[in-house]
Design a protein around this ligand. Structure first.
Ligand code: PLP
Length: 410
């Protein structure tokens, strides 16, 4: 094992770019600098690259080329979907449905809409992080206009019953958005088979560049009985049919398309390989480290996600100790890493605050090797043992916040 190497097990936060993507980006940064809307031949050339990229990205999810709208991020795609649909249809109804374990890029727009008078149902999840589709159907009213449920969770990796949600949304004629940022390029997605109307993705989660995302909009936003079901939330030039009207990042998008092309080609092999690594880690830790447990579903989970709980210690300390061994991991979402609040996802699956604090997310990528995992599993037990030795909780000291877990609720 090369000790100067960093072992990167935080691919759910972001991924290193594939060298083939970097090569593609370099080529286009150098040559494809025209504005894709310009009339001259450099602009036309950029326009052609854009068209080709749209086709490649659409093909990964069985979408029409013209239904793919490029954005600057997954967060931007989520915001355009949620605010675009609610702003266009507020006369039609003010009831929205989402889950209680969404990424902040979906959760916070809905909280904003609640302040503006929308009625938002945050569906609970079971101990694995799954929503209940019967409950979903029960909460739909004639005022419901939008369901937004993530494809797969970024912290615990649970894959939601997207196809069943799509059936229910279609049956009740409600728009269905899914934040597929973690799932896109990792597991098969078919927007037609799954009745998805809107889908968000982001290049940097699949070994592509940061700052490039995508929103799929079924039939360019036209729906029978609704007319246009989404409207722009930003105003400027006419790029991306006004949905994201800034000068188009053609080189970044070409890099995104390259990342998609590779992900598509390697998906069957990577699902098999990463699932095997994932299950090796889970099995080894549960068997060899006492008072450890798995968060999320044992099988309905992303091939690259492992989320483990360790009693009596803090996830942040585990992450920092592993970092000194040149291993990068996370406690959960990158956004909550700076606050002391336990993750809303772990509280939603029913963990007590003190147990939610001891979580460690290990997320694999295309460049994670078996040797990386061996090294990680060699170091982890020492880190856990050392931290438990100095843990007051292990010595029976009462957890100071346990009396009032409400303090932690969002
Ligand atoms: C990373 C992530 C986002 C945000 O994507 P950005 O491109 O970083 O804005 C949104 N949703 C989920 C589930 C994510 O994992």
């Amino acid at each position: 094992m090369n000790t100067s190497k960093y072992i990167y097990l935080d691919n759910a936060a972001t991924t290193p770019m594939d060298p083939r993507v970097i090569e593609e980006l370099n080529k286009h940064f150098k040559d494809t600098y025209g504005n894709s809307s310009s009339l001259h031949s450099l602009g036309q050339k950029a326009g052609q690259i854009l068209l080709k990229s749209r086709e490649i990205v659409a093909s990964l999810i069985n979408a029409n080329r013209d239904d793919v709208f490029f954005t600057s991020s997954g967060t931007e795609a989520d915001n355009i979907a949620i605010f675009g649909v609610t702003s266009k249809n507020k006369e039609r109804g003010n009831h929205l449905i989402t889950s209680s374990i969404e990424h902040h890029a979906v959760e916070n727009p809905f909280k904003q809409l609640e302040k503006k008078g929308f009625d938002v149902t945050f569906l609970p999840v079971d101990k694995y992080g799954l929503i209940d589709v019967v409950e979903l159907e029960n909460v739909i009213t004639d005022k419901t206009i939008l369901i937004s449920i993530m494809f797969a969770n970024n912290e615990i990796g649970t894959i939601e019953p997207v196809k069943e949600i799509g059936v229910i949304a279609k049956k009740h004629d409600v728009i269905f958005h899914t934040d597929a940022v973690q799932a896109f390029g990792k597991v098969p997605i078919d927007v037609n088979d799954m009745n998805i109307d809107l889908l968000s993705a982001s290049a940097h989660k699949l070994h592509g560049p940061k700052g490039v995302g995508m929103l799929y909009i079924r039939n360019k936003g036209v729906r029978k009985g609704w007319g246009k079901f989404i409207e722009p939330i930003m105003f400027g030039g006419g790029h991306e049919k006004n949905i994201r009207p800034s000068t188009v990042n053609v080189p970044g998008i070409a890099g995104f398309a390259k990342a998609v092309e590779i992900a598509k080609e390697e998906m069957p092999k990577e699902i098999e390989r990463q699932t095997r690594l994932r299950d090796t880690i889970i099995k080894w830790v549960i068997e060899n480290i006492e008072d450890s447990f798995l968060n999320g579903h044992p099988t309905l989970r992303l091939p690259n996600n492992i989320n483990l709980g360790f009693k009596y210690i803090e996830g942040e300390s585990i992450v920092l100790d592993l970092d000194t061994e040149r291993i990068a991991t996370s406690t959960g979402s990158a956004c909550s890493s700076e606050s002391l609040e336990p993750s809303h996802v772990l509280l939603a699956i029913g963990l007590r605050p003190k147990d939610a604090h001891g979580s460690l997310r290990i997320s694999l990528g295309r460049f994670t090797t078996e040797e990386d995992i061996d090294y990680f599993l060699e170091k982890l037990p020492h880190v856990i043992e050392r931290l438990r030795k100095i843990s007051p909780l292990k010595k029976g000291v009462k957890y100071m916040f346990e009396e009032n877990p409400k303090n932690y609720q969002h």
